[in-house]
Design a protein around this ligand. Structure first.
Ligand code: GRF
Length: 216
C-alpha cells in the first residue's frame, strides 16, 4: 500500500499528533507521518515525535522578518519531505493567504467547537457562559479566514452540570483524538471531496437519531 505522507504542524503538547501517530501504527492505516514541524523550540510534541523516530524540524517564527517568509520555509520543508497533506494540530500561528492557497484542500485543522460557532481561542468558558448544551470539535479544511473551511467531521459533546472549562475541554479532547485520525484516514483513502465549499465523505455511515441535553 502506498501511504499518504502527512506533515503535522504543532506548537504545544501534541496530543492530537499522538492520536494520529498511534493510528499509523496499524499496518492497514493508509497514511504515515513523514514530518513534524514546530514553530516553538522545546514543544512537547517534538519529544513525542522523536520518540516515534519521526523527522522533526523547528522553524522559529521569530527568526523570520514576516509571516510570508516563515510560511515559505515551512512549505519548503513539507515539500522536501514529500508530504501531500498538512495537518494542523495545535499550531498556534495564523497562516498566510499564500500558504493556504498553496495547500488548498491539502491542509486541515481541528478546532474544539462545533464550527461555525465559537471560532477563536478560549472557547470552553465562552461555550459554558453562553449556556449551550452541546459543544464539540470539528475537523475542517483550512481557508485563510481563521476557523473557516469545508467541514469534514464533527463530534458533539454534551455540557455537564458540574463542568468547568477544564472538565469540558478534556471531554472534547477525547473526541478530537477519535475524529482527527478518522478524517486523515478518509482523506488518505481518497474518499473526501469538496464541492461548493462543502466536504463530502464517500461511504461514511451517518450518525443516527438525536441527542437531547438540558440545563439541570
Ligand atoms: C486542541 O484542543 C485542538 O482542538 C486545538 O489545539 C489543541 C491542541 O492540543 N486546535 P494538542 O497539542 O493536540 O494536545
Amino acid at each position: 500500500m502506498v501511504k499518504l505522507k502527512v506533515a503535522v504542524l504543532v506548537s504545544g503538547r501534541g496530543s492530537n499528533m499522538q492520536a494520529i501517530l498511534d493510528a499509523t501504527q496499524d499496518p492497514d492505516y493508509p497514511a504515515e507521518i513523514a514530518l513534524v514541524v514546530s514553530n516553538i523550540e522545546g514543544a512537547a510534541a517534538l519529544d513525542r515525535a522523536r520518540d516515534a523516530n519521526i523527522k522533526t524540524v523547528t522553524i522559529a517564527h521569530k527568526d523570520f522578518p514576516d509571516r510570508e517568509s516563515f510560511d515559505a520555509e515551512v512549505t519548503r520543508e513539507i515539500k522536501e519531505a514529500g508530504c501531500a497533506l498538512v495537518v494542523l494540530a495545535g499550531f498556534m500561528r495564523l497562516l498566510s493567504e499564500e500558504f493556504c492557497s498553496a495547500w488548498h484542500n491539502q491542509l486541515i485543522n481541528i478546532h474544539p467547537s462545533l464550527l461555525p460557532s465559537f471560532k477563536g481561542l478560549d472557547v470552553y468558558q465562552r461555550m459554558i457562559d453562553a449556556g449551550v448544551r452541546f459543544g464539540g470539535c470539528t475537523v475542517h479544511y483550512v481557508r485563510h479566514e481563521m476557523d473557516t473551511g469545508p467541514i469534514i467531521a464533527q463530534a458533539a459533546v454534551p455540557v455537564h452540570p458540574d463542568d468547568d472549562a477544564d472538565k469540558f475541554a478534556a471531554r472534547i479532547l477525547e473526541q478530537e483524538h477519535k475524529i482527527y485520525p478518522l478524517a486523515v484516514k478518509w482523506i488518505a483513502e481518497g474518499r473526501v471531496r469538496v464541492s461548493g465549499e462543502v466536504a463530502r465523505v464517500t461511504g461514511a455511515v451517518p450518525a443516527e437519531g438525536a441527542l437531547i441535553n438540558f440545563q439541570s
